[in-house]
Design a protein around this ligand. Structure first.
Ligand code: SF4
Length: 690
């Protein structure tokens, strides 16, 4: 590959890249480099899904890259576990010792070693290539990477056949858009441009979200349902579509499975029943159903917020049934999009090399239960040995995993050998035995799929790594060498790994190298004539695969583990959506962004605040049986009565008392996908002295 470079001056050039963050937009980047220093970062204007525009967060990426607190050399713990005190060591010293320690544990029981990673970078090379090969060869425990999207992903898979759906650009032609469980302005900015274009052309926008978000403010209507009641709302919409015959009978007959059974289920959900469950007016449900049943083309932008509750998988299934009922898929601007990631022909067998397991079948541990895993819960450990070593990369579990008091206790174990690959000294990094400095997206190769659009993106390094920082793939390559493994795949460099991520015939490599992106050749309206990637080829209202597991074959509403209003001690439901200027726990340490957020806060409705004598700006204690968290109260119309919004995800050590909202969330799992139930959480709030 050659560097793509316009050369305004002899020592200035631009480099094309891709945003690495856990965001559906996967923007194209253009970095201007002068004398080896990145001096400007812009959205790639030639990439239509980026349109030259970056969000506020990543437009500060140079500040983050040059941050004085970047980790620039390998560090070894000198203080107590979790204290965050380290001494510098050489790479050789660190890697030799890490390899020796892992080798010794593996000689006895390799499943006592656990990798822990998620989407700190979405890149296939730095996120899921050499690391997977390393742990497969080692025979380490496998990690079920559930923390974000598996409930909705599985719900979609059982209904449509995978993470497939509309192309994002076609929302601009829709006449009705339901923005369901998504604050698009904060976390799907480039979709919002299409929604605005549609609105300018006369479309109606409806936001379905417990919180009155910035997006809800700009929509024509906001349906502020209670957390975890989306499935009930979807079933009531079906009820109305049926009784008013706003159905596409031809599409249902030819391209769906289980219609009669779904009809019977939906008729049990008149709007009045759903209204009582959802906490919204009956008339609002009836009007929404009328709009959805009579407006063509109608589109649904579903997002993952709605599936972080007990019944999240079923709720996603129920919503995913709606477009087939009205034949919305017939039009390219109709249908639904939750994630486009299933449309990318990534060659994960080559990247991950599961054959290196050589017939071994290690147990799988759930990342959403990491608190229980590390504190020795037998169920969470799947009946296997205690975890003796954990290697964390692309993740900050001490801040982001649920029930964080247990997570912190687990990571504080003196007998847990902990290696952390990081760019900054996060809450998790504080717990490391070895803390290894990681490169940023401006400093390494990577290749990306997207879960919003349908372009493959290439990221070239623009500048040299800061200090001694090294890419994740480099670290695992070096560890493999020290293990003495001779397989050729452990010698693949990062650029080679980029090439291995997709089969050459699957994407337009010439375009990717030239432009930094390559558009997948996909149909305009993927299911206009059916052809869903399910076993039946149809949209499966009834799933025989679920029924075969002893589960309900039809979508239903499953009440939360902790339904709003069900506890006298903890009468408020809490959701914890991301603060606008943070991306999960990333960017919390970027001063300009943190100063925009101010300090950790919980939004509370005026009625709930008044009932507790809480003034706007008061310091409060948010608590339940799992823990407590102190923060500032914002009496806000963004909170509906009975629900508080604890904006996340602050680093614990940057919070008021070394906690964040995950002190309150539970480790209980979703109905499908074994995902976390962050938004299924009851609390009480009380004023405390500042
Ligand atoms: S976080 Fe999302 S919107 Fe922001 S630059 Fe990255 S991909 Fe684009």
């Amino acid at each position: 590959m050659t560097m793509t470079a316009a050369m305004p001056t002899p020592d200035t050039h631009t480099v094309l890249g891709a945003c690495p963050h856990d965001c559906p937009d996967t923007c194209g980047l253009v970095t201007t480099v002068q004398d080896g220093v990145a001096i400007k970062l812009q959205g790639n204007p030639a990439h239509r899904h980026t349109g030259g525009v970056l969000c506020t967060k990543v437009s500060r990426y140079l500040e983050r890259n040059a941050h004085p607190e970047r980790l620039t050399q390998p560090l070894r713990r000198v203080g107590r576990k979790g204290e965050g005190r380290f001494e510098p060591v050489s790479w050789d010293e660190a890697l030799d010792d890490i390899a020796a320690r892992l080798k010794a544990i593996a000689a006895d029981e390799p499943q006592a070693i656990l990798p822990y990673s998620y989407a700190g970078t979405m890149g296939l090379v730095q996120g899921e290539s050499m690391d997977r090969r390393f742990f497969h060869k080692l025979g380490a425990s496998l990690l079920d990477r559930t923390i974000c999207s598996t409930a909705g992903g599985e719900g979609l898979g059982y209904t449509l056949g995978g993470k497939v759906g509309m192309r994002i650009e076609h929302f601009a032609e829709s006449k009705l858009i339901l923005i369901w469980g998504s604050n698009a302005i904060a976390s799907n900015l480039h979709f919002w441009r299409h929604a605005q274009a549609a609105k300018r052309a006369g479309a109606r926008l409806v936001c379905i979200d417990p919180r009155r978000t910035e997006t809800a403010d700009k929509c024509d209507e906001h349906i502020a349902l209670l957390p975890g009641t989306d499935g009930a709302l979807a079933l009531a919409l079906m009820h109305e579509l049926i009784v008013h015959d706003w159905l596409d009978h031809d599409y249902i007959a030819r391209h769906t499975l289980g219609w009669e059974a779904l009809r019977e289920r939906a008729l049990q959900w008149p709007p009045a029943r759903a209204a009582a469950v959802c906490g919204v007016p009956v008339a609002q449900i009836e009007a929404l159903a009328r709009d959805y049943g009579t407006t063509k083309p109608a589109a649904i932008r579903l997002n993952y917020g709605m599936q972080r509750v007990r019944g999240g998988g079923n709720a996603a299934r129920a919503v995913a049934c709606l477009p087939a009922l009205v034949g919305a898929w017939r039009h390219r601007a109709g249908g639904l999009l939750l994630s486009s990631s299933g449309q990318f022909p990534a060659d994960r067998a080559t990247l991950h090399r599961p054959d290196l397991l050589a017939g071994r079948q290690p147990r799988t541990l759930n990342m959403s239960s990491i608190g229980d895993v590390l504190t020795g819960d037998a169920t969470a450990l799947a009946g296997g040995p205690a975890v003796k070593a954990v290697v964390v990369y692309n993740s900050n579990p001490v801040a982001v995993a649920p029930e964080s008091a247990k997570v912190a206790a687990g990571f504080a174990r003196e007998d847990l050998f902990t290696v952390v690959l990081e760019q900054f000294q996060t809450d998790t990094a504080d717990c490391a035995d070895y803390l290894l400095p990681a490169t940023t997206q401006l400093e390494h190769w990577d290749i990306h799929f997207s879960y919003g659009h349908t372009d493959v993106m290439l990221n070239r390094p623009a500048v040299a790594p800061r200090g001694q920082a090294r890419s994740n793939a480099w670290v695992f390559r070096e560890l493999a060498r020290r293990m003495g493994w001779g397989e050729a795949c452990f010698a693949d460099d990062d650029e080679t790994l980029c090439r291995q991520a997709f089969r050459p015939e699957a994407i337009d490599w010439a375009a990717l190298e030239r432009d930094g992106f390559a558009t997948l050749p996909l149909p305009e309206a993927p299911f206009a004539e059916g052809g869903f990637p399910t076993p039946s080829g149809k949209c499966e209202f009834f799933s025989a695969r679920l029924a075969a597991q002893g589960l309900d074959g039809l979508p239903d509403h499953l009440p939360n583990y902790e339904p709003a209003g069900s506890s006298a001690d903890y009468p408020l439901a809490m959701i914890s959506p991301p603060a606008r200027n943070f991306l999960n726990s990333t960017f919390v340490n970027v001063t300009s962004l943190r100063s925009m957020e101010g300090e950790p806060l919980v939004e509370i409705h005026a009625d709930d605040a008044a009932a507790r004598g809480i003034a706007d700006g008061a310091m409060v204690r948010v608590f339940n049986a799992r823990g407590e968290h102190r923060c500032r109260a914002e009496v806000s119309r963004r909170a509906r009565p009975g629900v508080v919004n604890g904006l996340g995800i602050w680093w614990r050590k940057l919070g008021v008392d070394g906690t964040n909202v995950n002190e309150l969330t539970s480790q209980r799992l979703t109905d499908l996908g074994r995902g976390p139930t962050f938004y299924d959480c009851l609390v009480q709030v009380e004023a405390v002295a500042a």
